[in-house]
Design a binder for this molecule. Sequence first.
Ligand SMILES: [Ca+2]
Ligand SMILES: [Ca+2]
Length: 240
Amino acid sequence: MMTSLVQRALLTVLGALLLAPMAAQAQYSLTTEFTGTNQYHGNIFDVYAVNSVVVTDFDVNTVGTAGTPYTIEVYTMVGSGMTEWDNPKAWTLVETVNVTANGPGVATPLGMTQTVSIPAGTTQSFYVTTDGGTSYLHYSNTKLAQGDLFVSDANLEIYVGLGMASPFVSSFSPRLWNGTIHYDVGEFDCSNGLDDDNDGAVDCMDTECWGDAACLLDVAVFHTDSSLVGDIQSKLAGTG
Ligand SMILES: [Ca+2]
Ligand SMILES: [Ca+2]
């Protein structure tokens, strides 16, 4: 018996549902430390992506006590930023966020809405800073040298960099940024039209997206029998 497109679609959907526990939006993080006692407006530090990553957020170490309002600016550039600390034109402002400090020695998440993609095998630099004045972040003095690797995991490496007076005014070296980088790996977004992890498979073509809601819908709308498509969609939504 010939299997219809819709039947095949249903089999595909069922197969995808069986694979659904596979995480399409894995969230990883890498922390330097939160023990720094030196302070100024911020830091410039290089990271190296072992695998393709997408940076989604940062935690910072505030000097201000819990409840203190902060305005934090995150800049980035491709390549090392170590010699570009006084060259604003080299940098792109990723986002300016207003946050309430959790206090020194603990993480204050920025809650960013913008992301930064870093291809595998490349260096990217970040400049995380307050908006100046007496708004300070903690960072660490270190016996390591500028450019030394401080911490790494399977996907990402964070290097010793610079302490900074805002904006792009003066630098102190070597200084270790205090904070956490939150990031995703793999085909983390199944509907952005991009091959996030550079494995040749875009969105729903990537097995990591099987089971993702965006891809279930793709399978259903591929077919022209609208009543059956509606049936599939309502079954998936639990309304049929
Ligand atoms: Ca992919
Ligand atoms: Ca994608």
